[in-house]
Design a protein around this ligand. Sequence first.
Ligand code: TTP
Length: 195
Amino acid sequence: MRIILASKSPRRKELLKRLDMDFDIKVSHIDEKSFEKSLPWVYVEKLAYEKAKSVAEAEAGNCLVIGCDTVVVYENEILEKPSNTLQAAEYLKKLSGNKHLVYSGLAIIDVDSNKKYISHEITEVYMKELNEEEITNYIKTGEPLDKAGGYGIQGIGSIFIEKINGDYYNVMGLPLNKLYNGLKKLGVNYFEIVK
Ligand SMILES: Cc1cn([C@H]2C[C@H](O)[C@@H](COP(=O)(O)OP(=O)(O)OP(=O)(O)O)O2)c(=O)[nH]c1=O
């Protein structure tokens, strides 16, 4: 069975690779900004599904398409990838010294049967208090710009994370336990496809 990851995210690619899965990458070209922000779980499930659907539409045969979307939620506000360094600083000031939630939506589409699995995962993250200098220096590393909330738990951002409650891989951008559950629900045995 062919597996397609509908994502340009290097983190999602790396995580799927760690699972020893053989897969292709096809980047979805949906306009993420055109979707209205609603409840975080509704929003990330919708985007994950739209990403997977836009790639699945061009496929045929025995194939699964995986789409995912990750956002940071602080006091009910959805923070996506910052558009510039100013916005990255603004996000990091909000998260500094506080707890926030990371939501990832996951969608798997079975192209042949058109069966779908759509779900989401939530992880609590506690970030230490950051001073202005730490925020400026961190932004200078270039790490924040392509990451929801303006930090990467798997990179330099790790030095600011005091603790998390929940799935680490969800914060990094792909909830692996949910992925396994989703494959199972669609009747796919992970251990069969990595053989
Ligand atoms: C919170 C956090 C997010 N991220 C990343 C994961 C995602 O790549 C990104 C959130 O943006 P997304 O819009 O979910 O994904 P993307 O634009 O990178 O890729 P695509 O839409 O093609 O799938 O933030 C980290 O790498 N580490 C973190 O700690």
